[in-house]
Design a protein around this ligand. Sequence first.
Ligand code: 5AD
Ligand code: FES
Length: 352
Amino acid sequence: MRELIDRLEREHTLKKEEWTALISEKADKEYLFAKARDVARQYYGNKIYIRGLIEFTNFCKNNCYYCGIRRDNINVVRYRLSENEILDCCGRGYELGFRTFVLQGGEDAFYNEERLIKLISTIKSRYPDCALTLSIGEKSKESYQKFYDAGADRYLLRHETADKSHYEMLHPKEHSFENRMKCLWELKEIGYQVGCGFMIGSKGQTAECLAEDMIFISKFQPQMVGIGPFIPHHDTPFAREAAGTLESTLYMIGLLRLLKPNLLLPATTALGTIDAKGREKGILAGANVVMPNLSPTKVRKKYELYDNKICTGDEAAECLNCLNLRMEQIGYRLSIDRGDPAEEPGGIKCTT
Ligand code: 5AD
Ligand code: FES
């Protein structure tokens, strides 16, 4: 498999059968990780970008089978932060050193176009040196455009899976694979820096599905890809499904780094949840972003997409020092800036 890994590094693309073979065998792991780290270092040095994650509402009109805050879960204590509470989170985050805020939430009708536009423009006028990322699901192109015009810079919308029939296994009929994809292309057309992504080990996922994800990503060329293991939530239809593994997640991180060298690749909270050193291992497999939680402590446990989600340990924003120490232990350091993508391959690389 080394030849395939070498070719991926050189050509940034593989055929579907080649992806499938690599992904199902997960061969030559350490060889892959060493290359992935090397490539990340060429583009980003030893810098790890941080994003302050504000989970501002757990009301959600969607009903994804895997997700703990799905509409039909009547056991969730629903909350939404007020505009002032959100601004307080940004204030706290700014003091701590965050220069990117991520507003993430369920698809909540209360936060309509008008309220969101006001919120976005207030945040951008108070913190013009910060990037603002939205992660609020599927909207119309017109709304995406208005949010962009109000100052939003980036948008995260995981595609969840690039295989339509797999998508239909993960979602009830009311969700549309085509619309998900349409949203992603529209975000890109508008000019957002876009992040897509998928879970590892979700029900029905095969090596072929993951190969489709890689092919989609080479076509779509997102700036960021968020991946993490599927972790069951006890109050969902997938409560009894097995979780995705650390091993497969790390392998996919390594492959993504070689597929697109300047990709922003987070070591996600889900990865930190299945393994106490998950995020460090993610970085050593090629990731270069971490997203500490900036939400008020009182609501953190309520944004429970899956069981045992970590939220009050040193992954939280208050403990940036602990996180920095963890990064230093593996030879990296947190970077206090917006954390935009490095130049495309062929452009200027980091020489430090
Ligand atoms: N396990 C892991 N990730 C999950 N997500 C939702 N539910 C789960 C779960 N049970 C991910 C989805 C979604 C993102 C916000 O969180 O990929 O897009
Ligand atoms: Fe779809 Fe939460 S309901 S990801």
